[in-house]
Design a protein around this ligand. Structure first.
Ligand SMILES: C[S@@+](CC[C@H](N)C(=O)[O-])C[C@H]1O[C@@H](n2cnc3c(N)ncnc32)[C@H](O)[C@@H]1O
Length: 302
């Protein structure tokens, strides 16, 4: 059995296999729930071989620890620093790592926003990054309104600025948990791959509800884990093994792309998120799974 899930289950680190034994003694809980004590004296090395423990290099372990989403206010600093550092490579990696399917997801998100009812209105793109979602809306034929695109990582906004030439998108550097806009000031709001990063999701959802006009929509696009077990296995392998590796090589950041699967793992499921949206003041909250459940599109009506 190849135990790929040990990291979720193990409460202790697994040391590097040096060919003779493990440097140190650790406990290790296998995916079938057994507790192994790893020590040369108890013949753990045979056991480890027999159970083919996934041995990680110390630097990978460090990256894994740093990539774990921080709790509380430290989370905002962690997220701000990740996106500020990867900003120059963000767009490239986004499209490469998602095989460009992210473009279709953004198109779908805008299709569900209901902007056609008020094409000259003001729309909010929160956690806007390099403006791909904002531009998807502002580029729609018949759209005559304004998009306020806010993000707290300045380098992301700066990176996206050249794309805004001639558009009706206005960048704003600010925190989504404390939006600098008055109540009921938007005809629609949207967030793509941003809510997962908020240090306080409920406060974020309440802020989006606050700035929306009654009856208008919030659209949230976010990663999730596919319900189909086969697709889920493939997806988790790609997400936890391939994506961090390619991300590290291209972005040069040692753990930013390890943070991504970690943050998805901890994020509420689509039904739970819909429940939170209702709790935050949305009258209705529905969702649909995209691409077999790799992503979910949520729509809340204020
Ligand atoms: C994965 S990127 C998504 C960017 C863009 N929406 C897209 O679709 O490509 C997440 C963005 O959320 C921003 N972000 C996370 N937490 C935030 C907060 N509390 N306030 C403002 N921006 C935030 C990050 O700086 C980052 O640019």
């Amino acid at each position: 059995m190849h135990d790929r899930n040990y990291r979720e289950r193990s409460s202790h680190k697994v040391q590097e296999w040096n060919g003779k034994g493990f440097a140190g003694i650790d406990f290790f809980v296998s995916s079938c729930g057994e507790l192994f004590k790893l020590s040369a004296r108890t013949g753990c090395t045979d056991r480890a071989r027999r159970f083919r423990i996934w041995v990680e290099k110390p630097e990978d372990m460090k990256a894994q620890e740093q990539a774990r989403p921080t709790e509380g206010p430290g989370r905002a600093r962690q997220v701000q620093s990740i996106f500020s550092e990867i900003a120059p490579r963000y767009d490239l990696l986004n499209h490469v790592l998602s095989f460009n399917v992210d473009r279709g997801w953004r198109r779908k998100a805008i299709n569900r926003l209901g902007w056609e009812e008020v094409p000259e209105g003001r729309y909010l793109d929160a956690c806007a990054g390099t403006f791909d979602l904002s531009l998807e809306l502002s580029g729609r034929e018949g759209f005559r309104g304004q998009v306020l695109a806010s993000d707290f990582a300045r380098p992301m906004l700066l990176e996206g600025l050249p794309k805004l030439e001639g558009s009706s998108v206005h960048p704003v550097c600010g925190d989504s948990l404390l939006l600098p806009f008055s109540d009921a000031s938007f005809e629609g709001a949207m967030v793509a791959f941003g809510v997962r990063n908020l240090s306080d999701l409920s406060t974020g959802l309440e802020e989006f509800a606050r700035v929306l006009k009654p009856g208008r929509r919030l659209v949230i696009l976010e990663f999730t884990e596919p319900p189909n077990p086969l697709l889920r296995r493939f997806y988790l392998f790609y997400f936890r093994r391939i994506l961090p590796l390619v991300g590290r090589l291209v972005s040069g950041h040692p753990w930013a792309y390890t943070y991504l699967p970690e943050s998805v793992k901890e994020f509420p499921s689509p039904p739970d998120l819909a429940g939170m949206m209702k709790g935050a003041g949305f009258q209705e909250a529905s969702w649909e799974l995209l691409s077999g459940g790799i992503a979910a599109l949520h729509v809340g009506v204020r």
